[in-house]
Design a binder for this molecule. Structure first.
Ligand code: ATP
Length: 217
């Protein structure tokens, strides 16, 4: 079970947070390409229990976790960190990064990946200025989403051009990382499902089978 493997105290941790409702090829390609470009052993997908800024999720946390497990099963460079699922109520990224930082110690690089759409709304996140005191942020391009950093001088001064350089420092910076643009969103997948249209080739076949079997969405 890759979630319970002990981790080297000094090794970097790289995470992609989200609702994964359901997980799709946009998430999976972005995470895998980030692992390759950053030259890190693994990127962990971090499903949220109840994201603060969303209405009720369409699939339960058990279903979302099961779909993630199916999606990453044969890919050693992708992992699952399910700590937020165990938490009751609203989950804030800042609290999760704080917990991870405490586990890693002060020296290990901690990187939190997020899409350009999420990044554009960063200033609405709980205690968002503290995020860079705990980790680095890595912004993934997403079709139709321009790069919109929060209007904050300190934050903008923290930008680093080369994402790989983030791994030489524990925290405090942000960078952009270019991934294959895939215009796939979970909202669109849920809508297609409701409308009786096919989801095939937008997400892994194993996840599609699971959605059908459990009549999700
Ligand atoms: P929804 O449509 O329900 O909001 P979503 O498709 O955006 O879902 P999330 O689970 O909210 O999926 O996304 C998790 C993270 O992955 C976010 O930071 C999001 O920006 C990013 N992401 C999602 N889809 C893509 C994509 N196609 N390309 C790049 N990044 C993506």
């Amino acid at each position: 079970d890759q979630m319970s493997l002990p981790r080297l105290a000094s090794g970097p941790r790289v995470l992609l947070g989200g609702s994964f409702d359901p997980v799709h090829h946009g998430h999976l390609r972005a995470a895998l390409e980030a692992a390759e470009q950053l030259e890190c052993a693994r990127v962990d997908l971090l499903p949220a229990s109840m994201p603060a800024l969303r209405s009720a999720l369409a699939a339960s946390r058990l279903h979302r976790r099961a779909m993630l497990e199916l999606a990453i099963r044969n890919e050693p460079r992708l992992g699952l960190d399910d700590r937020e699922l165990a938490r009751q109520g609203t989950t804030y990224t800042v609290d999760t990064l704080s917990e991870l930082r405490a586990e890693l110690g002060p020296q290990a690089p901690l990187l939190f990946l997020l899409g350009a759409d999420a990044f554009a709304r960063l200033a609405s996140w709980n205690r968002w200025r503290e995020l860079l005191q705990l980790a680095h942020l890595v912004v993934l391009n997403r079709p139709g989403e321009a790069l919109r950093p929060p209007a904050d001088e300190c934050f903008n001064a923290a930008r680093i051009e080369q994402p790989r350089r983030l791994l030489q420092l524990p925290l405090g910076h942000w960078s952009c990382l270019e991934v294959t643009p895939l215009a796939i969103s979970a909202t669109d997948l849920r809508r297609r499902c409701r409308d009786g249209r096919s989801l095939r080739y937008l997400l892994p076949e194993s996840v599609l089978d699971y959605v059908r079997q459990h009549r999700l969405y």
